[in-house]
Design a protein around this ligand. Structure first.
Ligand code: HEM
Length: 437
């Protein structure tokens, strides 16, 4: 058993083989640069986070505000809220760095999502790259966790209320709920220890886990080499290899060529983030004001990448709450914990569902893979419709319809639109005539 597992790992990671990094070939394919955008966004978040950490105060104890924002002059406000006001309006470049951190986090998650779609639709997760797919998914979940734990840190009314929804979900888990609430939120939200606990997770535990997993992700990538797109006859002839020889990868060497491409991608990422930070404001804590336990903002929403979970929460009817003995399984638990866990679990396990016995080193054309492409389109459609459901109040308002009327349609949409989109994709790509996987 252990020997079998050892050779399974060795087939994939070539643990017994030495290879140099500098000569590693990077296929010249633009979509392969999405992973680099994610990497450079993360670097930006870490550097700007260190700057913010110098001025941020992880405490909800009230302090007297004597800063430059007139409307709060002389008020007793939570120290964390005051410190973010100070970063934004008192520290030179503070507002710009705070915006860079914010947009860096959004670009990080957006580029991870696009990178993952590239890997999915080209079948690059197949044997031998299943492990890196699983590591990648852990990175994606950690990236969302990093964003979520940062949301409440200014302790403003909007961020704190939205984070409180997470507390309710965490404590809805049967048996373990209170323990998770204690571990992540240091007690009933917002307890005195909540902000220090979220701060600890946000600046130390999660970034450290991301760094370790990134090192694993990159090491596996170097060991296994990249997948490669269709090799042209001319490129194969120039390199004196056959067109279908998958023991070599044709591409740019890591140094100097790919390093130069990487530098351009870094500058492009930094430039895009600087433009966003220069022109687009973020989370206006002056307008929201400090957290007020006695009131709830008119509109509460999570960030866009968690909107699909919020959508499940909004449309699942409360009659789905059931009791099994002393255990209560609430609608919040089904929608906010179980469904997202099932979706993420299915994505993690996908390379083992769509498995291939033989190693595959060339990428597949999504148009030649009706089944995989149909599953991907169905998954994306479900996330999109669920995300729209998360904004049901906005649609209801625009259409002049109450959310009670709208929700059943949205619930059926979450179920039926992905099925229809998947079947349509499968048929359009000729899946019924038996072509491809
Ligand atoms: C912090 C987030 C991530 C970073 C910084 C990152 C970075 C990278 C980079 C730089 C590459 C090589 C270039 C490329 O193919 O784009 C790569 C390859 C790869 N990544 Fe990621 N990645 C992340 C998350 C993910 C996720 C969420 C998945 C999938 C669930 C994933 C799966 C893979 C796989 C299977 C490869 C090998 C692809 C191939 O050889 O064609 N990664 N990653």
């Amino acid at each position: 058993m252990i020997v079998g597992a050892g050779s399974w790992l060795n087939d994939r990671l070539h643990l017994d083989d030495e290879q140099g990094f500098l000569g590693k070939a990077f296929p010249a394919e633009d979509s392969f640069l999405l992973g680099e955008v994610a990497l450079f966004s993360f670097v930006t978040i870490v550097l700007t986070g260190i700057f913010l950490g110098v001025f941020y105060e992880p405490s909800t104890a009230d302090v007297l505000y004597q800063g430059v924002v007139d409307q709060f002059q002389g008020e007793e406000l939570p120290a964390s809220f005051v410190s973010v006001l100070h970063i934004t309006y008192g520290v030179p470049f503070g507002m710009f760095i705070r915006r860079l951190h914010h947009w860096g986090a959004h670009l990080f998650i957006a580029s991870i999502a696009l990178h993952m779609m590239r890997v999915f639709f080209t079948g690059a997760y197949r044997n031998p790259r299943e492990i890196n797919w699983v590591v990648g998914m852990l990175l994606a979940v950690l990236a969302m966790g990093a964003s979520y734990t940062g949301y409440a840190l200014p302790f403003d009314e909007f961020g704190a209320t939205a984070t409180g929804i997470g507390y309710n979900l965490a404590t809805s888990v049967p048996v373990l709920g209170d323990f998770i609430g204690e571990l992540v939120f240091a007690g009933e939200f917002p307890a005195a220890g909540t902000i220090p606990r979220l701060f600890f997770l946000h600046v130390l535990v999660i970034p450290l886990a991301i760094i370790v997993l990134l090192a694993v992700h990159m090491t596996i990538l170097v060991r296994q080499k990249h997948t490669e797109g269709d090799r042209s006859a001319a490129a194969a002839a120039a390199a004196e290899v056959s067109e279908d020889d998958d023991s070599v990868v044709l591409g740019l060497p890591a140094y100097p060529n790919q390093a130069a491409v990487g530098a351009v991608v870094f500058l492009f990422t930094a430039g895009t983030l600087s433009l966003l930070a220069g022109f687009l404001p973020v989370h206006n804590i002056v307008a929201y004001g400090p957290n007020d336990p006695a009131s709830t903002p008119a509109v509460v929403m999570p960030d866009w990448f968690l909107m699909w979970v919020f959508g499940f929460l909004k449309v699942l009817p409360s009659w789905t709450t059931v009791h099994i003995g002393a255990i209560e399984l609430t609608a919040e638990f089904w929608a906010g914990i179980l469904f997202p866990t099932l979706v993420i679990g299915l994505v993690v396990l996908w390379p083992f569902i769509d498995r291939s016995a033989e190693p595959t080193h060339f990428t597949a054309d999504p148009l030649d893979a009706p089944r995989r492409t149909a599953v991907g389109v169905a998954g994306i459609s479900m996330i999109l419709v669920a995300s729209l459901a998360g904004m049901n109040n906005l649609f209801g308002g625009a259409l002049g319809v109450s959310t009670t009327v709208l929700n059943p349609f949205l619930l059926w949409g979450i179920i039926l639109v992905p099925i229809a989109a998947g079947i349509l994709t499968y048929v359009l790509l000729g899946g019924r005539s038996g072509g491809g996987t």
